[in-house]
Design a binder for this molecule. Sequence first.
Ligand code: SAH
Length: 401
Amino acid sequence: MCYTVPVMITVILKKGKEKSVLRRHPWVLSGAVERVVGHGEPGEIVRVADRGGNLLATGFYNPISPIPVRLFSWHRESVEDNFWEKALQTAISLRVFPTLPDKTNACRLVFSESDFMPGLIVDRYNDHLIMQCLNPGIARLKNRIAHHLMEILSPRGIYEKSDSDILKLEGLSPHCGILAGVTPPETIAIQENGYEFFVNPISGHKTGFYLDQRDNRWITALYAQGRTVLDAFSYTGGFSVYTAGHSAASLTRIDASHEALSLGEKNLAANFPAPPPSENIRGNVFQVLRKFRDAGRQFDMIILDPPRLAPTRSHQNRASRGYKDINLLAMKLLRPGGILSTFSCSGGIDAATFERIVSWAAIDAKREIQILRRLFQGPDHPVRVAFPEGSYLKGLLCRVL
Ligand code: SAH
């Protein structure tokens, strides 16, 4: 193996703090650092060593971040010159058939720490790639990464959309613009499991679409036949299109965003000449569900896919109350035998906690539930066992008695 990239700075860990590095967790928190040998600028590649000077791993340095080192290699010396090209190649090779379903041309190609490339997100939407660089280390490499992606995938273009809230913690400002090839059109048409969706990568949420829910939309829809469906937090209608495809009797979609609802309408029309009767409600799900309860409305299937209510564990209590609230209300709105497909994408709530919250909601709603499936993010969002934080999306598909 050839080691050609010189790394000058060494971050020495406090006694005992090497354990998490040895277990291959990719984050070195500020409280774990004893001292830094050499002067490291934000974004520089550094080595991490224990107090005895034994080299343990290599990562991106950012002294102002609460996570001053994000590790990507556990080789002892340095990183190979073609490390990034190889890491990209490996990540992309995981996202080919049969990993992804047929008639699907949109997926996450690179998922940050979980693909050994901290801070890098690359999503494919048909023949365009959308990229996020969420720390100074990966931001320094973005042109090199874009060049290699052009070489191996030949997309029409690669657009950077680095606009996440977490940039602030890294001392970065939002940055959007073309990196290679042509700028994507305002709307890109993609296929997912044979359904067509319009995605607005530049103006939409995240990179434009919730790719992590692909499998869960499919599984949920298997139970939709003949049911009146409430798609709460519908965004651009992902679950609505799939449930319509499995002969749902009617669709009610609720979202706070007018743009998302109208794109959802277009997505339904693109797939079905005569979609099921459908109703769009722009509003706050927490309030609309209460109104429905007071009006005695009932549904046969409810999907709850809220935004992240608990980004970290410190938000757990408030978020738990939020999850319990909407799940309890949804259970009350379901006819006996109804299906609840309920999710949490909060890193601060693990799967066991989420299941407990849903079971408390069932007790308070005086309903019994059977779990039919436990749901997770799709395989294009892999989870490293050493990095459980990468496992953020959990869901339950339940029958509510
Ligand atoms: N289920 C969607 C993804 C949902 S993302 C899919 O499969 O594509 C979460 C959505 O919740 C966003 O569209 C956001 O606009 C909406 N949202 C956030 N808070 C809300 C609230 N309190 N009431 C209604 N919608 C909300």
